[in-house]
Design a binder for this molecule. Sequence first.
Ligand code: PLP
Length: 386
Amino acid sequence: MNRKDIQFGTKAIHAGLEPDPATGAIMTPIYQTSTYVQSEVGVHKGYEYSRSLNPTRHALEKNIAALENGAYGACFGSGLAAIDCVIKMLNPGDEVISTNDLYGGTYRIFTTIFEKYGIKFHFVPMGDVSAVEEKVNENTKLIWVETPTNPMMNIVDIKAMSKIAKNANAWLAVDNTFATPYLQTPIDLGADIVMHSATKYLGGHSDVVMGALVTNNDHIASEMYRIQNSSGAVTAPMDSFLVLRGIKTLHVRMQRHCENGEVLANWLAKHPAVDKVYWPGFESHPNHEIAKEQMNGFGGMISFSLKSGKLEDAKKLVSSTEVFTLAESLGGVESLLGHPATMTHASIPKEEREKTGVTDTLIRLSVGIEAIEDLQKDLEQALAQL
Ligand SMILES: *Cc1c(COP(=O)(O)O)cnc(C)c1O
């Protein structure tokens, strides 16, 4: 079931999967095994040792690759382990250009782990294509894009970045965690690597930590599998099963995330206590046209700031909601809210984060798929308490 003309919802449920050859089980079994019998030396059924390959993980890797219109998929113990794999493909002296409005953990692995191995990272405002072009030189090997960005919901033009990468003979990697392949398929727009924190929308139920990479490039794929096996940050059979199960409803969940997100973004924009609302669906969003072109919807991630500008108000708000829960993470069926300055982005220096808009009153919503009336009422009562 890997034909190109198959619709997303059908692929989500069937791509890469077949009934279990041993029993006919329609759902991919959890192959909770570390090793596999060999009938004689070197003769086996394609599986030798579960760090290298496990049937449950393999099914998930094929499924995610198909959703991203890629040929090769690999799953990892976390999103950061997937990022770790990409940067390990580089060599000392290589340079990476990335956005200055980056997931905090990505910034941390780049600057505190890989800089000391001689890889140089540039952080630029990627909404501005020329800011990226200025940093390109003969050492540029990778352009790392996140779009929409976290938490400012900036949109990066993937096609434009792909052009720059191709001219520089560099790879383009896109962190597609926020959009998911339901809303955006970066490989179709020229990306060489797509990365996911499957912890978020792909899993969708806040019960797994996992990462994934997808590529169409044979050389990148062989490096990806070599590093996956050599560094060993693989994901477990049970977790692979849970994410496979989650993906079966990805398209249905994303539709509702988008619908609920749209209602709340518009409502917040009119609320007297709210200053700015960041959501790519607004016509006033600086890159709304690009979002419309490269995405099939605007998603359920929204950030907003408070008119009062007071840190205490932001803290009060995030602890006054009843349906929205204060927690790190995003992309689950349940609505969450967070305070980036003290949570996800605490590892970014205050001066750096304020430059990108992560102020003391910025609040990030991961709008879930509950009844929209209850989500709106919840925010209404919490804002009324300020
Ligand atoms: C969560 C997240 C990551 C890191 O993934 P983990 O699964 O937590 O390791 C990377 N990028 C984005 C955009 C994320 O939201």
